[in-house]
Design a protein around this ligand. Structure first.
Ligand SMILES: C[S@@+](CC[C@H](N)C(=O)[O-])C[C@H]1O[C@@H](n2cnc3c(N)ncnc32)[C@H](O)[C@@H]1O
Length: 259
């Protein structure tokens, strides 16, 4: 992981779940969407790549009740520490690249389902790394890249939105990468309305809840917050949280038998 991003997540780890805790409904909805898209079943061997604090892996455990622990891989020790003790989650200090290049092994030979939720933008060479991850899939295995779209309608300040658009990979490129890796791939979008107390949202901006915000200085963030306040003077901000879901499926039938 790049050093600046390592520091970003080291700082953010302790407050990451608080950012979303106001909305258990969001976590439940997103976890259910991931489980639905990946057709997850209890017998699947699963890995959450770039799991962060495990917020969504926990949601998936609650929804699917996997029979073996979900592997939670992340290069940030600080984020992984937030997983806590759980028999259903197996922390693995590893980046997507570590797994893709076989520098670090999954605890099973092949995976039935893997997902990267909002972590693919940290991967330096997505074509190569996604091909490596695709190679870890069992026949019938599924790989989901859940990511923000190329443009977002968040109530951020203008320069943050502009910089976001420069940094964010385009989901249609991810479709191409999964196709080139030999997977049948498709792109869909899911959307959820977020309704947040404005002050709460501004606290999230201040804590740089999105990694793009870590590219701004303290003074720039405060100026950005003033800009957001003037554009959104009400007590709440309401906006669509839209996600691109790029699903890749390896041909063949899964060997899972009765699940
Ligand atoms: C925005 S957070 C998302 C965390 C979690 N998936 C979620 O949705 O809450 C991005 C995560 O990607 C991790 N990350 C950074 N570089 C990575 C890499 N090369 N491979 C996998 N994960 C990476 C970070 O440590 C961080 O935990």
């Amino acid at each position: 992981m790049r050093r600046d991003m390592g520091e970003h997540y080291q700082r953010l780890a302790g407050s990451y779940d608080d950012n979303w805790a106001y909305s258990p409904a969001f976590v439940e909805w997103m976890s259910a969407e991931i489980a639905r898209s990946l057709s997850l079943r209890a017998g699947d061997r699963m890995a959450d790549v770039g799991c962060g604090t495990g917020l969504f892996a926990k949601g998936i455990v609650a929804a699917v009740h996997p029979r073996q622990p979900v592997v939670c891989a992340d290069p940030s020790a600080a984020m992984l520490e937030q997983l806590g003790e759980s028999e259903s989650l197996l922390p693995l200090p590893a980046s997507a690249e570590d797994l893709a290049e076989r520098h670090i092994a999954l605890p099973f030979e092949q995976a039935d389902a893997m997902w990267l939720k909002e972590s693919v933008h940290h991967v330096r060479d997505p074509a190569r790394t996604l091909a490596g991850l695709a190679g870890l899939l069992a026949p019938g295995g599924r790989l989901l890249v859940a990511m923000l779209p190329a443009t977002i309608e968040y109530p951020l300040f203008a320069e943050a939105l502009r910089r976001y658009e420069v940094l964010q990979p385009d989901p249609s490129r991810i479709v191409e990468h999964l196709g080139a890796a030999g997977l049948r791939s498709e792109l869909t979008y899911v959307e959820h309305e977020l309704r947040l107390d404005t002050e709460r949202y501004l606290d999230m901006v201040r804590s740089r809840y999105m990694s793009v915000l870590s590219t701004f200085s303290e003074a720039e963030i405060e100026a950005g917050i003033a800009e957001i306040r003037s554009r959104f003077p009400g007590p709440e901000v309401v906006f669509p949280d839209r996600f691109a879901f790029v699903l890749g499926v390896r041909e063949g039938s899964s060997a899972g038998g009765a699940r």
